[in-house]
Design a protein around this ligand. Sequence first.
Ligand code: MSP
Length: 512
Amino acid sequence: MTEKKYYLTTPLYYVNAKPHIGHAYTNVLCDTFARYRRFLGEDVFFLTGTDEHGTKIEKAAREQSKDPRTYVDEMVPQFKSLWETLGIQYDYFIRTTDEAHKKSVQNILKDLEAKGEIYKASYKGWYCTPCESFWTKLQLKEGKCPDCGRDVQELSEENYFFKLSKYQDWLIKYIQENDFIRPEIRKNEILGFLREPLEDLCITRPRARLAWGIDYPNSKDHVVYVWFDALINYISAAGFMADDKKFRTLWPADLQVVGKDILRQHAVYWPIMLKACGVEMPKLVLAHGWWTMEGAKVSKSRGNAVDPIELVKKYSVDALRYFLMREVTIGNDGAFSEDLLAERYTSDLANDLGNLWFRFTSMLEKYFAGAIPALEKTGEKEPLLSASFKLWEKVTPLMVAYDPREALAVVWSVIVMANQFVEEKKPWVLAKDPAKKAGLSQALAVLGEAVIHIAVILLAFMPATAAKILERSQLPKEWIVKTEKDFARTFLKSGTKIERGEALFPRLEEIK
Ligand code: MSP
């Protein structure tokens, strides 16, 4: 028996422009899920990568007078470096130009042809020359290109088609009977789309029109359609038809995160491709919404792309990670504005969390020379302590249900409680009265446990900040907490020196 890993995937990013906040969002979400599962002791395989074929890329390369191969090789490091900046701990980075992937796509196509799932036919459509896009009549908007609104030309081509329509009834039933697409609103959208007859999918492009793609196995004149090529990455990276043992440990994927704009490919084409290959369905496709500005999706082509690197420089990586996850519920759109980020930074990070750390460590320094006092029975009864001990129990089901926003809300409720605890206990008053020394040491012992429990639970969300707190408290940065009991206990040893260090989140006035 091989152990199944927890396998999660991000979409593969097109390399025709540098990544923006929308791309950062998907990978931050996935990274947080991956880190949380590792924290629970699961064996995780986190896949991300780049989508490098097709018209968009060929065109972008041409605009820079580069051959596509040179162009993609130059673009990929920008993605890898952003993931490094954002602390994205992926296990494998796939490029659709990898030889192993190309081979896998070709093997799958041969297999599907042999099974009679693919046929050759003449295809009539409307072509928009400036966009280099081929449209069906239904897709046209008032007879014009739906992307740019310009005139289109009618064209006829010989291409290879994949029999999507054959599986329509099966797919509808599968979606209805399984928790396969979330959120519900997107599941219903897909079911709505499936009420109309599905057209078979044209999976090649004539080489005369597009040369930058994977060679179609039995034809010199065709390359593989970029979506058919790219979707296969999820199984080619997992060793499908190449490494059975690896494939058994990974597939079916546990979670495939995508933006709502590419749900149809992942919830219609992809399951049918897998079904035709005789491969199990991924467990869940989770579609998130868009980051928008002034109502429009943030994107390179709209010219409103927000550079995550700039935001990290100004606000820190954890501030950006926190903002992206806290500001919107997965599935909904979120209006991006730097003012909102600055507001969250000041209120939740500098004031709530940063201030809690500052107050705790300053008082510890002042009254106990930085050494944490022992926790006695009186301290154990404090509601703040039990709330801190319960963090794992409350956050874990939310993270298993992919709700990081609510999970962070739970953590922040304890941070707020800890700050109130300080206000109520008034350690500075207790410190003036030698008879209240025990009360003072219990207040700080409880506060210390609260802070450490908060840091441990935040490891997956804000790894750099959590690590700072743990390091300054002489505790390890790597944690595996498998059970509620392992978390509902004290973490600090009395007498441990805790170092205040620099502010976790300096005031914006100081960094601007
Ligand atoms: N290459 C395809 C995916 C192939 S997966 C086999 C693609 N690439 S993309 O670069 O255009 O988009 C990648 C992901 O980024 C998508 O999930 C998309 O939804 C997401 N985002 C792009 N802009 C976005 C926002 N403004 N907001 C949130 N996410 C968005 O599609």
